[in-house]
Design a protein around this ligand. Sequence first.
Ligand code: NAP
Ligand code: HSE
Length: 432
Amino acid sequence: MSAAPLAPLRLGIAGLGTVGIGVVKIVQRHADLLAARSGRPVVITAVSARDRTKNRDADLSSYAWEVDPVALAQRADVDVFIEVMGGHEGPAKDATEAAFKAGKDVVTANKALLAHHGQALAELAEGLGRTIRFEAAVAGGIPVIKALTEGLAGNAIRRVMGVMNGTCNYILTRMETAGLPYDTVFEEARQLGYLEADPNLDVGGIDAGHKLAILAAIAFGTKVSFDNVLLEGIGRISIDDIRRAGDMGYKIKLLGVAQMTGRGLEQRMTPCLVPAASPLGQLQGGTNMVVIEGDSVGQIVLRGAGAGEGPTASAVMGDVMDLARGLHLPTFGQPAAKLADPVPAAVSAPASYYLRLQLMDKPGALAKVATVLGEAGVSISRMRQYGHADASAPVLIVTHKTTPDAIAVATAAFPATGVVEGEPVALRIEEL
Ligand code: NAP
Ligand code: HSE
């Protein structure tokens, strides 16, 4: 006697923008494939957005419409609530909580929600025997959450790093290839619709910082702690530095790094130099890349589209399919109640630094700079001086490994030498 077929998995989708419509299209286009792979039909029963009259590039006529996402989350004919509205307060949070309380599982693409409320939501969901999944929240179409929580579950994770904001990578690589300044390319990105409504989420490193905080929680078994991510955006990166870093064999990336050190959990989302020939150095345009290092697996590199309708909806559907198949894992890879309070590292691990100075053409100028570095305990590994176009010339220095504090002491002391013009630039070089 064959087993009775499983009941359909019924989805309620709140948010019918880029991601929500992408999910609708996959469910409609691949109904047979989804049913074959999960053993049950996957159907949409109800949807919600702000403006019902908007033309949405998909046929929604067979779905019930809810004005209020909270009401959608509570509907009796919804098993899984898909939150793709965005925002970390208000409807996204309210409806997610309402869904758990009404006995539903949740799939979200909302990194801001997870970064700010991940621990509380995980505790609520797990306390009620529910599941929240969020593959689409980090690196779009790349299944990095699945890789960390499942495929690499047998590894102690040493480091997670990556380029997780496509807009910033687009801006930096476009500056390099077109030789255009930051402001021009920023405007170009705005025209192309690449920037978030609040562009500082992208160029200020906040969006990528949200993603890093989520990965760090899974990798190191700690509560999500976005407040402890050291954040710096790409606004101060000049075309000069992109070119000069290139001359020294590096590319500049907005790089996220999370690692557990003897001094605590280090989480940084800052502009860094990476070797030009490395996978991260080679990453062009809006693509994302996540590099994970585990004690058994070594280093793995995941690369793919970090945003857009298809890739993000693909990640949402991966989560939906897990729920359809009955896979219910703890939110951050282990029970939320067991996650540790992170001890944030007070300072970043030592690293080599790239320094760019505009040095006056005076006898002994270089010696004065070398003295400042020596007194700060910073040792020079490589140096390059360019020709004097006028009374000063750019000098590039790559240091041996040193501490951020020592670099700060040296850069603060440069003006008093009387031979350094303008602001020196110091950027960390990340070893890969
Ligand atoms: P979007 O295109 O701006 O769409 C947002 C949708 O949410 C719209 O349909 C909007 O309704 C609806 N909405 C907003 N507030 C609402 C409310 N109070 N009640 C009901 N509906 C409401 O956004 P998106 O790009 O799809 O992004 C959605 C989520 O996915 C965000 O958390 C974002 O960070 C995340 N994400 C996006 C991408 C991407 O490539 N776009 C990638 C990864 C993650 P109206 O259409 O009526 O205005
Ligand atoms: N603004 C984000 C990016 C979208 O540029 O990568 C995906 O989170």
